[in-house]
Design a protein around this ligand. Sequence first.
Ligand code: DON
Length: 529
Amino acid sequence: MVASQVGASILAEGGNAIDAAVATGFALAVTLPQAGNLGGGGFMLIYLADENRTVAIDYREMAPSAATKDMFLNAQGEVDAGKARFSIQSSGVPGTVAGLVHVQEKYGNLSLKKVMAPAIKLARSGIRVTVALSESLSSHRRLLQSNAGAKQYFFKKDGADYAVGDVLKQRDLAASLKRISAQGAEGFYQGKTAELFLAQMERTGGLITQADLDNYAVVERSPICGDYRDHRVCAMPPPSSGGIHLVQMLNILEGWDLKGLGHNSADYIHRLVESMRRAYADRSQYLGDADFFPVPVETLINKDYGRVLRDKIDLDHASRSADIGPGLKRTPESTETTHFSVWDDWGNVVSNTYTLNFSYGSGIAVMGSGFLLNNEMDDFSARPGSPNGFGLVGGVANSIEAGKRPLSSMTPTIVFDPQGKPLLVTGSPGGSTIITVVLQLILNVLEFDMGIAEASAASRIHHQWLPDDVYYESGISPDTLRKLREMGHLVSDGAAVLGSTQSIQSNGKGVLFGATDSRAHGAGVAIQP
Ligand code: DON
């Protein structure tokens, strides 16, 4: 909530949505250390009202030049999950600072100094520890205590947990932020911060070099857009899989009268699940960084391909993922990413999702700099068919290569009305569940005419091809679950919590409705004062 208020205050000072987004992004690096970050990466979708154009900003981490395909395999050729997720080598070259500085300089109205000032102040003067932060830090105590930097930054001097209401000051982080605000991206990728970063690499066997930091590049890409009935939906292209599979699932689903089936009826959920199953099966084979692998984007988002997939779906019986691909069992872990959406008076819209991957990333902080390193290298497929931390499998398309970006599910999205004006901006954390969560939020609004608050709160389901389980939230009724089981679906034992959307919806007449997800605590809607 504090970071949202920072964004709103920047709007009040004459900043546009991009300024506010950058201010919020840097503020979250202070207030939400489990996901907000300097040492991670992400994606930002920007609608520029003046130009009536949407641009997709890729600031995803890159594999260092010394990274190799088999770097996370042990002597037996198996994936060493600890190394892939919690070692210094699990970190890709961070993109967040380059990304935020890039958009601010190119599309912002204010100075970088101005938009970064609130974050620096929060780090230096301290933040009040909320219930959410105190619970999060203490539940990750083991991970964070095992690293000298993280231990110093996130626990009291005597090792005790921060309690609710305590003030957490982050002086090293404030100094790192200050260097960025004074020197731009160079204040992170070169100079003192880079020295600290490289020293950490050297001390603990990391692969990232100064050349890797120098070579980090933000890429402006064209968004993936598709039409769902008379609305246009735009989201991230590779190296995120989000846009492609969102559009692909919408293409499949468009052929049915979903509204007539009833929201969250068994027949509706059956169609969702079968569409998700097929999209995620394709993801495992065809999706990766398109700069390295020929991702068949046009085919995957083609309406005819959607029809072909739809025609194969049995409307009365569940299919088996094993019949579509190889079968594996694994439960997705619950970890942290963060999304925010911004909309300004000029009509510019920003949808941003960024992350360290897991909560607190690798758990390793760069000593002296105050920030944590991501463990995004685990989003690569360390070995064909071996699941990553989200149970996702992949193959050569997403194998590790120097300079490549790991495949993501992050799906910052903007939906346009039939006149081409932004109608809805949304996105979510949730690893592999992000794409299906965003899909359901969009359908709730476009198909079931829900307001954004109801659309955000409505119970969700998730399927990701492998494991062949339907995940569901507690609001899905037992008789619906029974019917799904009767159709042959493998419904998971017990309810899950799926995603946490942060959305804004326009009524088309200049009134905006913000909705934070009641599943998350600590998030909030802030309005320009
Ligand atoms: O890029 C991805 O798909 C993952 N690294 C996102 C991780 C995530 O959402 C964790 N959060 N809940």
